[in-house]
Design a protein around this ligand. Sequence first.
Ligand code: SF4
Length: 894
Amino acid sequence: MQRFDPRSAAVATTCPYCGVGCGVLATPDGSGGATIAGDPRHPANFGRLCSKGSALNETLSLEGRLLHPMLRDGAQLRRASWDEALSEVAKGFRRVIDAHGPQAVAFYLSGQLLTEDYYAANKLLKGFIGSPNVDTNSRLCMASTVAGHKRAFGADVVPGCYEDLDLADLIVLVGSNAAWCHPILFQRILRNKQERGAKLVVIDPRRTATAEEADLFLPIAPGGDVALFCGLLVHLVANGAVRDDYVMRHTEGFAQTLAAARAIAPTIAATAAAAGLREVDVAAFFELFAATPKTVTAFSQGVNQSAQGTDKVDAIVHCHLATGRIGEPGAAPFSLTGQPNAMGGREVGGLANQLAAHMGFSEAEVDRVRRFWNAPRIATREGLKAVQMFEAIGRGEIKALWVMGTNPAVSLPQADEARAALSRLDLFVVSDNVLSNDTINAGAHVLLPAQAWGEKSGTVTNSERRISRQRAFLPSPGEAEPDWRIVGEVAARMGFGEAFRFRSAADVFREHAALSAFENDGARSFDIGGLAELSGEAYDALRPTFWPIRAGETKGRERFFAEGSFFTADGKARFVAPERPALKAATSAAFPFRLNTGRIRDQWHTMTRTGKSPRLARHLPSPFVEIHPADAAAAGLVDGGFARVSTRHGECLLAVAVTERQRRGELFAPIHWSDETASLARVGALVAAVTDPHSGQPEAKATPARIDAVSFKSHGFLLSRAALRPPFAELATKVALAHGHGLLFASNAGLELWRDYVAALGDRADAADYFDEARGVYRAARFAEQRVDLCLFVGRQDARAAFDQATALFEKEWLTIEERKALLSGRAADGAEEDGAIVCACFGVGAKAIDKAIANGARSVAEIGARLRAGTNCGSCIPELKRAIAAARACCEE
Ligand code: SF4
């Protein structure tokens, strides 16, 4: 069933990044690589891919891969056989269980795992070891949506589907930079806007690329969402927009919730004040919402990553329930999931407060799963959620941890404490496909090599409840194995082999599907019993399918709740009165700013995959903090300079980006960089571990922080064929290059030290340098076989422009004399096009090329696309193209 015949045609699989779940056609090239294209038949993307998906081919190399089991031997890790490593894990768990009980064991899983991997891991720990402590990095991502759905609908059900974004007349995006984080869905929204005239409202503290496309942008204050949607509910009632028949027949709790909403946001003026918005904008939004039956409110991390995330989700849901705009074509509240298989993890019970297959820990549910699994030691109560789990590790209560496919030492809040906690473990197991990351480097005792995307085979579920196949198209390298098989081998060594006799991913899937249907009379939403009897061939050929798909059905269901039938005991949805909105941690004189953390367009999570792509590295290559110009001026910060960002929990040194897209008093820093890729840029270390009381999700968007200017003598970069790390590059970021290694740095070393460093590298036969002490500039280049071997720039100015130029020359196989000269001058060679920072990652088009096209008459995105192809593939860069056009226009008008 494996599909890695190098002569084979394209293999249909699914992108491993965001929850859009785009279909990918991967055609192996026979030597470990593949060409990548969007799958025109996949209903999530119809052939389109964003910049990250398009660059998947650049992430397939085996460099840095974990290819063999490893065991810790003192300070070192040594290669081990599978048998030795698996026995070590099984014996270690057994030792901890015997001494401290099963609850001293925990698994920390990932939305990157396939459903089959998740199922096996959850079954082993909750069913057979008997510990409930299985949680996942989805806790940091969508847990508030899960809690909000369960409270309101009685089950974790997304009521709509992507087609609703095509059919809506109004799309409200809340806390979602979809243009960067769900680009293919955002393109669908823009198409709807263009072709059907749909309106777009964006609610976000930052004027993001998404906000720039909005008909109405509400730059909301952090924590203002509950007040805004309470105010909307009050407005809908006052203006006769409530569907009384729907509320009467299908819901409970409306009156109490309305009373609470009136107490929080009684008028438009009060709403505007509570949400930090202008009254006129709030009024415009409320009128638009009230007047537009076909409305989709889509929300993402800005709503979820909050200590009041569950209330935020339900405040949005209430406005849809009140107007009956749910489950109708073009009308639904819609959660945009962050990870590729966060939904699959929710389905199998990968969260600590779920048991399995959307069942919880009631006596009846535990009994049902116990009988299905034949698992006498099954866990009978909820386990510890991610933040609590790592706190319990820190206190020494959890003694053994297995981390699968995730990097909690970077991504958890108060990440320094989380990392320190790992050193207290008696047994620390990591299954992953990288040899080194911050979590592994925190002292893992056992490393188990897992298959990566392209090698593994199974299923994922996207944001619209659609199950798609991820298929293998490359051979499994080294001794890598699928996670479900690794789990099964450990289970067998612990004496549970009978329950883990899976021969294939299809076997695991069939059991998962059968459990979802087991004693399910329709009371449980998640039922894929219609897939429980799939043959191996049918599983392999499975087309993207909505759940539920019950036994006897051939088609899944797109929408829920137009006619009520919620998954509560009485079939009615619940309005739940929210708490009065308040951010958990207060700012102070010492920490006067609010730190918001998030993602950038071309990187994914902690960069273990996207960090390999030279193309993706060129958009925003180094870690930064965004700040409003007035705040920057007050703090003595300049664009391109550096700052120390501190909170009560840690500190980072980041490049400063001064921008009016940021609200005053707020900072934004991306989450992607780690100790593996940069110095002092693990932003998770800054984030407070305060959590939502219902979902356990941490508040990643409002930590009190301070920012102080930091100066370095010089900035610069080093491009080299061999990996080099000059000791006096105090602040350094690795940047992927096609045939070498890039390092952007800041330093306090004198120029002579840099000159001596280059001299000490030897071989000056074909070398050139430029030393200007007065201007503080040192540049050096060495050449070998007509191409650049090494290039160093040290200067007082931000080196980014020269870096882009030098990178382009470094990647050339052969340089002309002019290009050699240009390399040291930091300017383009005569006649050569200077590209600048990459804007369009799909076609490698830089900012300078775009500016030049505009100067030469390109007046629209389409005209730029016609000249340069920029913006014609995934469309992720379209907002930046529009910004460049607007900037040129403003410049002309001055
Ligand atoms: Fe992958 Fe981009 Fe599609 Fe997300 S939008 S699934 S990252 S191609």
